[in-house]
Design a protein around this ligand. Structure first.
Ligand code: NOJ
Ligand code: CA
Length: 590
């Protein structure tokens, strides 16, 4: 059901499914997911009931950062396919009524990008170096970095090159930051937006949208005298030299002109880890148009934190003057939500710290209560998907996959665990990037190197053999044997599976909720401190109200008398009351 997709503003109430291409589906048997794999699974995506797919980077890359180190912005990584495969994929998606969003990484390139190679060759003071941020070092012989800014992945944010100059990188050293004061950079990215738009792409996800403008004339972090670590990406008082600076918005106003060259205008969503009351600046109709609200992704399973996530998300859309809210529980940077909700919820900690610590100790420090995690993940989906605005789902979330915390160190791909500051104190983000299980029958045998993982087969992620008859390679990240229970084909035949729950939820949503309403068309209902409840007009012929009630408290909650139940995340009790950690969708007469 893709009711929205005929409208120019399809993105305002869309269900967007994030694909991490290397781990979605491998067609040629090299153990790496590919573009043709996405085409092959278009029927699956259609029956799930999504409106759009967002593809994390699939461009040529050395994978210093999972593809977010782009060598060529206008091509497909040969390991993932060709431009022809891309065109075919877009054609299949559009035929199925599914829009296509690609990921643009404008803060930095790969150090193997032609611009950076030119910069290294051309030497100090050259026009080629001005496309990046090159500076002389401090100290007698320039042996110290130009300032004390730190990379987000750990260690100094500066790297020295052969002739003695230093270049700036806020992420890995293989990801030099570009200089957005240089006109070539503006031209390059405009060209990239037009290239993908001309190839049928409907929109863009903008990586690190709050980071493009930096004040290199600013004082050192030490002189600024506060907690100006790069880790704190919040621009509390406009003084943060790296994040969420006002100048960044001029760049997006310029891009908007390019997006509006197309009919319908191309869509964009900002990845901006900024304070909630700054989000709307990125989502203005004169700029990117939409912004991720990460408050749900950050929140504990806690009624106060969840309620704040809802109100801030609605408020942000209101202030943007034309955007809609976005609801995000998980993505490729965050431990999987079904695991987070099954770990201890400690107020003083963020959930991520708990999960990160648990992953570091291979899933042993805390007990992961999977039953509870799943129960809460179902309730959370009902709470979020009933809200006005767009929903972002990360691949595997619909299968109820858990984080894989115990990937052996020597199989990890994410660079962050190995960077100076982290230095084996974190295992990084691979546990949510493990290739998807498609078929339960295609079960790997226990791997000799670790009995929890499999080798040989891949739960249908790769075919059994390649075209030349040789056996397929193992998946690029190891799959745990428990993935069998979450294989898509198994879940498809189980009426109680997360997959069937998600598709039912999305179908109800498409029928009743997406034709109506923005952030104003919702009433929060007061059903006590432990309950989040709201109502919205339902788009049914009888003029019903749609009501969602989620119970976080121990006391069962009585449901309104004038309502019929559409769906529930868990069974009600014998008196028809809503139990703890459960949610219902109702249709009520007004
Ligand atoms: C945000 C992306 O989501 C993340 O995966 C990446 O490491 C950084 N941006 C740097 O591009
Ligand atoms: Ca492949």
């Amino acid at each position: 059901m893709t009711l929205n997709n005929t409208r120019d503003d399809w993105w305002k109430q869309a269900v967007v499914y994030q694909i991490y291409p290397r781990s979605f589906k491998d067609v040629n048997g090299d153990g790496i997911g590919d573009i043709a794999g996405i085409t092959e699974k278009m029927d699956y995506l259609t029956s799930l009931g999504i409106d759009a797919i967002w593809l994390s980077p699939f461009y040529p890359s050395e994978l210093a950062d999972g593809g977010y180190d782009v060598i060529d912005y206008r091509n497909v990584d040969p390991r993932l396919g060709t431009m022809d495969d891309f065109d075919k994929m877009v054609e299949a998606a559009h035929k199925a009524g599914i829009k296509v969003i690609v990921d643009i990484v404008p803060n930095h390139t790969s150090d193997k990008h032609r611009f950076f190679k030119e910069a290294l060759k051309a030497g100090r003071g050259s026009a080629a170096r001005d496309r990046y941020v090159f500076r002389e070092g401090r100290g007698k012989n320039g042996e110290l970095p130009p300032n004390d800014w730190q990379s987000l992945f750990g260690g100094p944010a500066w790297e020295r090159v052969n002739d003695g100059q230093w270049y700036f990188h806020i992420f890995a050293k293989e990801q030099p930051d570009v200089n957005w004061k240089n006109p070539d950079i503006h031209e390059e990215f405009k060209k990239t937006f037009r290239f993908w738009s001309d190839h049928g792409t409907d929109g863009f996800r903008i990586d690190v949208a709050h980071g493009l403008a930096k004040d290199f004339d600013s004082k050192s972090l030490e002189e600024l005298g506060r907690e100006y670590t790069v880790q704190d990406q919040t621009n509390h008082d406009g003084l943060n030299p790296m994040w969420d600076r006002p100048e960044v918005h001029d760049i997006y106003k310029e891009w908007r002109q390019v997006f509006n060259e197309y009919n319908p205008p191309r869509f964009a969503v900002a990845e901006a880890w900024v304070r909630p009351d700054h989000q709307h600046l990125y989502a203005s109709p004169d700029e990117l148009g939409q912004v991720f609200n990460f408050e749900f992704a950050k929140a504990n399973w806690d009624v106060d934190e969840m309620r704040t996530a809802v109100t801030e998300g609605l408020q942000s859309a209101k202030e943007s003057g034309g955007s809609t809210s976005t609801w995000v529980m998980s993505n490729h940077d965050i431990p999987r939500n079904a695991s987070r909700y099954g770990l201890p919820q400690v107020k003083a900690h963020t959930q991520h710290q708990i999960a990160t610590d648990w992953i570091l100790r291979n899933g042993t420090t805390y007990i992961e209560n999977r039953e509870l995690g799943t129960r809460r993940a179902r309730a959370a989906a009902m709470l979020e998907f009933g809200l006005p605005g767009s929903v972002y789902i990360y691949q595997g979330e619909e299968l109820g996959l858990f984080e894989v915390p115990n990937i052996p160190w020597d199989r990890l791909e994410d660079p962050t665990p190995f960077r100076t500051l982290r230095n084996f104190t974190e295992k990084g983000r691979d546990g949510c990037r493990v290739p998807l299980p498609w078929t339960a029958s295609d079960e790997p045998r226990p791997a000799s190197w670790d009995k929890d993982f499999g080798e040989g087969a891949s739960f249908g992620f790769s075919p059994a053999t390649r075209q030349d008859g040789s056996a397929s390679a193992d998946p690029h990240l190891p799959q745990p044997l428990w993935f069998k229970d979450f294989a898509a084909d198994k879940e498809a035949t189980d009426p109680d599976s997360m997959l069937n729950f998600y598709s039912k939820l999305l179908k109800n949503r498409a029928q009743l909720l997406t034709a109506t309403g923005d952030h104003d068309s919702i009433d929060m209902l007061d059903m006590g401190h432990d309950v989040i409840a709201y109502s919205r007009p339902a788009a049914d012929a009888d003029g019903h109200s749609f009501v969602n009630i989620t119970n976080f408290g121990a006391a069962p909650v009585a449901l309104p008398a004038n309502a019929t139940q559409l769906m529930a995340s868990a069974d009600l009790d014998a008196d028809g009351k809503l139990l703890q950690d459960a949610s219902v969708w109702l249709l009520a007469t007004k």
